[in-house]
Design a protein around this ligand. Structure first.
Ligand SMILES: [Zn+2]
Length: 330
């Protein structure tokens, strides 16, 4: 394993798939590496082959997905996420080039409470980007088909489990807070200054550095209230379908230079610049993406507040109306 010096890491055995969300797995048998390169034919083949070794990768609730604004379900009862311990509290944050991405270990004091009241404990954050050739974007989720420059994932596990290792195979084990990164020419995001400048110090796989006094809240968009939410999976093998996804509606802004540095600072195990580390979008199948914000001007009919839903169901029962329960009985 390449995560050296991870202060907040729970003890685990070597070869554990702990980092599977971030990194394609290299089977311990020495089998073929599963790279997530997507632009080359070789890479595309690699992704389609995942399900041969990891059947979940061919499942029906995979991530990432295209977030189609005309097809999301607005749910006004979906509360804002409660983020605790995200503000700067001192402490040391190990940051590692693990050969697949840049990963920052997070302290268990960082927590996220979802709208349903479930509390999740932060484990690590990492990035996905493109850059295979100039101006190739590399977010995993797309919005109305648009791929953003990059994407950050803050990985959490359900606090009802004793450790990440146990939670990672539980059906309700994980939650990821995701934010898309957008580039604006000269608008340097100073909250990412230290992170970006430290990339040079972890150029080679296995190299680590330590960030002091990181403020993760500042590294997120100003608006963390509005999000897309759906049930999906890890985006790398074993593609376990146990991830509750929260994709923030507002992007993080980088300058062009910051985007370039993220894409071009890190080398992989073959000493090649790490590019295009994202998975292609997966079929939505019968899933519904919920949002807690209105999409103008094409928003769909909102879910009715609970009393109206019951009333609506009652009316449907009494009148044997074919109206679906979530629509107003008029
Ligand atoms: Zn990820």
């Amino acid at each position: 394993m390449t995560e050296t010096g991870e202060e907040f890491k729970a003890p685990q055995t070597a070869g554990s798939p702990e980092t599977t969300l971030t990194m394609p797995l290299f089977p311990p048998s020495g089998g073929q590496a599963l790279l997530s390169r997507t632009q080359t034919s070789e890479g595309a083949l690699d992704q389609t082959r995942w399900s041969k070794e990891y059947p979940s990768c061919g499942g029906r609730r995979q991530s990432p997905i295209d977030l189609q604004r005309r097809n999301v379900q607005y749910n006004p009862s979906l509360k804002a996420l409660k983020l605790t311990g995200y503000k700067s509290q001192g402490g040391q944050f190990p940051m590692t080039n693990n050969g697949h991405t840049v990963q920052i270990s997070l302290p268990p004091t960082m927590r996220m409470t979802a709208a349903d009241g479930t509390e999740y404990i932060a484990k690590q954050m990492h990035f996905h980007w493109g850059g295979e050739s100039s101006e190739i974007s590399g977010s995993e989720h797309t919005i109305d088909g648009i791929r953003y420059v990059a994407e950050v994932h803050i990985v959490h596990y359900n606090s009802k489990y004793k450790s990440y290792d146990i939670a990672q195979s539980a059906p309700d084990g994980l939650a990821v807070l995701a934010a898309l990164i957008k580039v604006e020419d000269y608008g340097e995001n100073t909250y990412y200054g230290t992170f970006i400048s430290q990339l040079n110090n972890i150029r080679y796989p296995g190299q680590s550095t330590v960030l002091s006094d990181l403020d993760i809240r500042d590294m997120l968009p100003e608006n963390v209230h509005h999000y897309y939410s759906y049930k999906g999976s890890l985006t790398t093998p074993p593609c376990t379908e146990n991830v509750y996804w929260f994709v923030l509606a507002s992007p993080i802004m980088f300058s062009r230079a910051q985007g370039w540095k993220l894409e071009n600072s890190i080398l992989d195990h073959q000493n090649k610049t790490l590019h295009n580390i994202y998975r292609m979008t997966q079929p939505l199948n019968n899933r519904v993406v919920e949002t807690n914000f209105m999409n103008l001007p094409n928003e769909r009919a909102p879910l009715l507040p609970q009393p109206y839903m019951y009333l609506s169901k009652l009316v449907n029962l009494l009148t044997r109306s074919p109206l679906p329960p979530t629509k107003a009985p008029f």
